[in-house]
Design a protein around this ligand. Structure first.
Ligand code: RNT
Ligand code: ZN
Length: 419
């Protein structure tokens, strides 16, 4: 049977439940996923005076072929984009600036250092998101940035973040898509603090200074990303969930929820509906924590499906900015992007194909037996046939066929790199 025939048969099964498969695919096409550039080079960046990765995050593995310059990274991203259905965004960090061999410190970065990225994004028809980089820098060496007790260090990072907002605004203007400027700082302490309040007061004041500048919010919006712990900040993180949730609500900026940044049984999927009752928008870093914030490649597991379901059934496709955040250097990096992003899209498709209204009704009626029965039966509905058809229609490889171009690319390009 052809992919189309399989699709037609599968479609009938979903339609039996009143699910319009065509509408689902139409909606799916419109959902941009923000693909993080840093999977391609293990969060190295291209600063002239490149520093070792710091900030309590770590990338493990030494798979050959990582990108060592912007052209390579863009080529690798192009290869991944060719294997992923839909129009997406690329998420950059400040360390991916291009300064033509000149040392430009973070507080002096400007939109002009990202013109190559913007030109490339136009060609690829992708949007761009941005992140100030508060790690891998001598002024972040003691693990404190915006909450640093030294006013000069704080001022440096405030300037950096002010410049970052301008860069994000420039992305929005050039590419016609609102750019997300996401603020994550590693600030925290390894051991039990004697004062939890003062650093948080300083972080709050620093953010106030940063956000005082006027940015056109149709071009760029800000988000703050909380965290529970990091390597070297096990006992205390200044920017905790409560801190940023309070800050974001009060200042009308976005909360960014990273699925690796909570207690192991605390799920991001369970937070989306609550936050959306109090704010119009929120942002995600979809990741996969394995025992800790390990940032494994996203797989189609229960939590990913649940995140997809919460976005779809709460009618929040326009409200949730979906970004990815994982970094695995033990496998082919182009494959890592492809697997993780295709999985995110699969989770959304899975959610779009559920009879969500009927399932809600069952719950209201207290019919938990049928609710559970249907959840389980839909797991073995012919979802794969719809997904395959979608990939074919969108002009990307069907099923595992995407592995062949990745293998060829590895043989011809990646394995020739000396990194
Ligand atoms: C770190 C945060 C942060 C980073 C990226 C590189 O724990 O998740 O989002 O992963 O900014
Ligand atoms: Zn993150």
């Amino acid at each position: 049977m052809s992919i189309k025939q399989n699709y037609e048969t599968a479609k009938q099964q979903y339609e039996k439940w009143g699910v319009s498969v065509e509408d689902a695919l139409e909606k799916l096409k419109q959902i941009p996923i923000s693909i993080h550039c840093w999977q391609g080079d293990d969060i190295g960046g291209f600063e002239v005076d490149q520093q070792e990765l710091s900030g309590g995050i770590d990338v493990t593995g030494d798979y050959p072929g990582k990108a060592t310059n912007p052209e390579q990274l863009r080529n690798d991203l192009e290869q991944a984009l060719a294997l992923i259905p839909g129009q997406h965004k690329i998420n950059l960090h400040a360390i991916y600036a291009e300064t033509e061999g000149e040392i430009v410190d973070r507080d002096a970065l400007e939109p002009k250092h990202f013109t190559n990225w913007v030109e490339w994004a136009k060609q690829q028809r992708v949007g761009l998101d941005f992140n100030p980089t508060f790690f891998s820098h001598p002024k972040a060496a003691d693990g404190l940035t915006l909450a640093h007790p030294d006013p000069a260090i704080r001022a440096f990072w405030i300037r950096h973040c002010i410049q970052s907002r301008k860069i994000s605004e420039y992305f929005g203007k050039e590419l016609g898509q609102t750019s997300l400027n996401n603020i994550w700082v590693p600030d925290g302490y390894k051991d039990i603090p004697s004062d939890r309040l003062t650093p948080r007061q300083r972080l709050k004041e620093s953010l106030d200074e940063i956000l005082a500048g006027d940015i056109d919010d149709s071009l760029s919006v800000d988000a703050v990303e909380s965290k529970l712990f990091g390597i070297g900040s096990e006992a205390y993180v200044v920017g905790s969930h409560e801190f940023y949730m309070g800050y974001a609500l009060k200042n009308n900026i976005l909360c960014l929820l990273d699925s690796g940044h909570y207690h192991p049984t605390e799920m991001v999927s369970n937070k989306i509906s609550s936050l959306l009752l109090f704010q119009d928008k929120l942002a995600l870093h979809v990741s996969r924590p394995v025992r800790w914030d390990s940032d494994h490649v996203v797989i189609l597991d229960d939590e990913l499906r649940e995140i997809g379901l919460e976005i779809v059934r709460n009618d929040a496709l326009d409200k949730v900015m979906i970004g990815l955040d994982f970094f695995d250097a033990s496998i082919n990096r182009v494959a890592a992007w492809t697997i993780g992003t295709r999985n995110m899209i699969k989770a959304l498709l899975y959610a779009l194909l559920m009879p969500n209204d009927y399932l809600k009704q069952l719950q209201e009626e207290g019919n938990f037996t049928e609710r559970l029965a249907l959840f389980e039966e839909f797991k073995t509905y012919p979802f794969g046939a719809i997904w395959d058809y979608y990939c074919q229609e969108m002009g990307v490889p069907v099923q595992e066929q995407w592995l062949d171009p990745v293998k060829t690319y590895e043989k011809e390009i990646l394995s020739q790199r000396d990194s």
